[in-house]
Structure formats: structure tokens, C-alpha cells
Design a protein around this ligand. Structure first.
Ligand code: NDP
Length: 367
């Protein structure tokens, strides 16, 4: 159990209100915050709250924490984001010998914690952006925050096969840019008929001896130029009107082959494979913001840089970037979002100070 959760379950109002800057509200009668443990509904008051703990969220946390803003990260239940389902990461700068995805995220978490970031291991269940402070509710907490950094990422869509999750990072991948290098002189398959599938298949021809694109139809969603480029690449073979029914071998713990079915003829064949790249799209995690923030036709948040249309709400990483989708680009965006939040808060504070000074001056004139 992460320390933050342990702490909250051992909740002591007096200590919490100092450490976590809590406002306390009780549902019970004759309540004393110092004694009541069960009936207290906590409102956590923050200047900066970050939703998501992938590389965008944790980088934002490191920057905000180092600016003394004591950010709160609501981690989500897949803490660490997509990198936690990969194995070797060799393209994140600073690790000449590579690093395991989960380890990289753990190190980022520690770095954010070292500078005073607080963590809640839970999903945000609702978000109200209609006024500031913005309100975020989890299953047990209510957070009121002056700025909100949305780093909820995107999830790669999967085929729904049992072996997919079990062999993810062990031959199954949802990112050729991340993992293609590990398939030098290997036999790989790419599933999908969109631009991503075309792009990934072409990229993989740099490493693999054999790349076969499997698509469930014989028409492509990908743009013509991308299909033409892939068609012109002699290293790519095509299995159209085909689906993967099975990926082997879960028992061995790595990919040895696939069972492919032609959906027109019903023919089933087993083919040896070292790698299976699932490229059937991503789903940005934006349900919480529907009706409150602008989204494109694929539900990615629409931003100007890292600014959303609501002042004080910023977005970074895969949740607003359908194009690059890399840990390092997400980290860069997380940094920008934290700096924008810091500058936004400084402007707010300066404006409030000016208003207060004007009020004092007006009072003095009246007297
Ligand atoms: P898309 O949604 O465009 O394509 C997904 C593909 O996966 C479709 O061919 C779809 O088949 C197939 N698919 C979906 N679900 C399944 C399933 N369960 N089983 C088998 N196949 C399935 O996603 P992309 O990631 O390719 O692209 C997303 C966006 O990013 C697009 O707008 C694209 O243009 C853009 N992009 C642009 C690039 C570029 O310009 N260089 C590069 C990469 C992406 P079907 O067609 O039958 O529905």
C-alpha cells in the first residue's frame, strides 16, 4: 500500500490539517474534528492537483513540488501509466543501458515525493471545472484546487485476448517506436488497418526480418499515402480479412506464434511469431471532462500548448497528444503544464494582492 493511502486510512484530523492543509467538514452532530475519525468528510485544499501518474503527471509533480507548490497527485488505479506495462525502455534519455518501464516510473515517483508531492492512490470519479477552486472527487476524498493538471493519458486498445495482457512486454507490444528495436532479425505481426498500423509496420521493417500486417477487412482506414508507402515496402506482407484468435505461448512466458483466422473463408492457420504489435488505436482517458473541455473527434483534449479553454486547467501527455505519444514528450509537456500552473498562480496572487491593497487604500480614504 503506498504511504499516502496508509496515512489517510490512519487519519488523524489535527495532524492532517497541518500536513495536508485540510479543511474539515463533518456529517455528524456534536462533532469535534480532533476526536471524530469516522464521520469526517475531508476536503483537501490544494494549489496544484495533478490527475494521473504517468511520465507527464510525475514530471509535472516534480516541477510543481520544486516550486514549493506542494502538489497532490491523484494517481489513478493504474499508477505509473502505460510504462508500467512495458519492459525495457531504451529511449528515455539518461539511461544508457536502458531501464525497465516500472522501475523508471518508480524512480519518477520517488523524485516527486522527495520534493513534497502528496499522492492519493485512487481514481478521480468526478471533476467540476465550472468555477475555481475546481472540485475533484475520488471514492473517499474531495479536493478543491486552484489549478488542475490533466495527465490522464490514453490507453492502447487491445484485441481482448487473454494472452495479450499476460504477454505484454514479452513479445506483445502496443508501441513499435518503444519496442521495435528488440525485434532485430525476428518475425513480427502488426494488427490494424489505420495510419498507426501502417507507420508501425514500416518502422518495424528496419529491424525485423519479416513484418506481416493483419487487418480484419480488405479496406483501410489509413490514409491512401500511408497505405501506398506500406504497399511499396517489399518487406511487408499482408493478411487481409484476417483476425488473430490466439497468441502463444502464455506458459512459456513469451510469444512463439499466433493462430490466424480468415473471416471470409474460415480458414485457420498457425504461424510462428516473435512479436505481435497491436495497433488498433488508443482511447484517451477523457470521460471525466466531457461537456466541460473541448475534444477532437477521437476524444483527445484540444489545447493551446498545454492550456485548455478554462483558465487554470492544463493538460499534458497522451491525453492531448495523439501524435507523438512518447514518454519523453509526455514528460516535456508535464514540465510545461507545471510551469504554466506556477505562472498562473503567481498572476492570481499578484492580482489578489493588488485588489486587497486597493481595498485598504479606499478604506483609509473614507476614514
Ligand atoms: P484508427 O482508429 O484510425 O484505426 C484503427 C484500426 O484498427 C482500424 O483499421 C480498425 O479496423 C482496426 N481495429 C479496431 N479495433 C479492432 C479490433 N478489435 N480488431 C481488429 N482490428 C481493429 O487508429 P490509428 O491509431 O491508426 O490512428 C488514430 C489517429 O491518428 C488517426 O486519425 C490517424 O490518422 C492518426 N495518425 C496519423 C499518423 C500520421 O499521419 N503519420 C500516424 C498515426 C496515426 P476497421 O478499419 O475495420 O475499423
Amino acid at each position: 500500500m503506498p504511504p499516502s493511502l496508509l496515512y489517510l486510512s490512519n487519519f488523524e484530523p489535527a495532524r492532517c490539517s497541518r500536513r495536508y492543509n485540510l479543511e474539515l467538514k463533518c456529517a455528524g452532530r456534536n462533532h469535534s474534528p480532533q476526536t471524530c475519525r469516522k464521520k469526517v468528510e475531508m476536503i483537501i485544499r490544494k494549489k496544484v492537483t495533478i490527475l494521473g501518474s504517468g511520465s507527464a503527471g510525475l514530471t509535472a509533480a516534480i516541477y510543481a513540488a520544486r516550486a514549493d507548490l506542494e502538489p497532490l497527485v491523484i494517481q489513478g488505479l493504474q499508477a505509473g501509466g502505460q510504462l508500467t506495462i512495458t519492459t525495457d525502455v531504451e529511449n528515455f534519455p539518461g539511461f544508457p543501458n536502458g531501464i525497465q518501464g516500472p522501475e523508471l516510473m518508480e524512480e519518477m515517483h520517488k523524485q516527486a515525493e522527495r520534493f513534497g508531492t502528496q499522492f492519493i492512490y485512487d481514481n478521480a470519479e468526478s471533476v467540476d471545472l465550472s468555477r475555481r477552486p475546481f472540485v475533484v472527487k475520488t471514492s473517499s476524498d474531495e479536493v478543491h484546487t486552484d489549478t488542475l493538471l490533466i495527465c490522464t493519458g490514453a490507453s492502447a486498445k487491445l484485441l481482448g485476448l487473454e494472452a495479450e495482457n499476460k504477454l505484454m512486454g514479452h513479445g506483445v507490444s502496443a508501441c513499435a517506436t518503444c519496442d521495435g528495436f528488440f525485434f532485430k532479425d525476428k518475425t513480427v505481426f502488426v494488427v490494424g488497418g489505420g495510419d498507426t498500423a501502417m507507420e508501425e509496420a514500416m518502422f518495424l521493417t528496419r529491424f525485423a526480418t519479416s513484418v506481416t500486417l493483419i487487418h480484419r477487412r480488405d479496406q483501410f482506414r489509413a490514409s491512401k499515402i500511408m497505405v501506398d508507402r506500406a504497399r511499396d515496402n517489399a518487406k511487408i506482407q499482408w493478411l487481409l480479412n484476417c483476425v488473430i484468435d490466439e497468441i502463444n505461448d502464455v506458459e512459456k512466458g513469451y510469444v512463439t506464434g499466433i493462430k490466424v483466422r480468415n473471416i471470409k473463408t474460415g480458414e485457420v492457420k498457425e504461424m510462428p511469431a516473435d512479436g505481435v504489435f497491436i495497433a488498433i488505436g488508443h482511447q484517451p482517458n477523457t470521460d471525466l471532462f466531457k461537456g466541460q473541455l473541448d475534444m477532437d473527434e477521437n476524444d483527445y483534449l484540444v489545447t493551446d500548448g498545454v492550456k485548455t479553454k478554462i483558465e487554470g486547467v492544463f493538460a499534458a501527455g497522451d491525453v492531448m497528444d495523439p501524435h507523438y505519444r512518447q514518454a519523453v514528450t509526455a514528460a516535456g509537456a508535464g514540465c510545461k503544464a507545471a510551469l504554466e500552473a506556477q505562472w498562473f498562480l503567481e498572476q492570481q496572487e499578484a492580482a489578489e494582492k493588488k485588489t486587497a491593497q486597493a481595498g485598504t487604500a479606499a478604506g483609509a480614504t473614507k476614514e
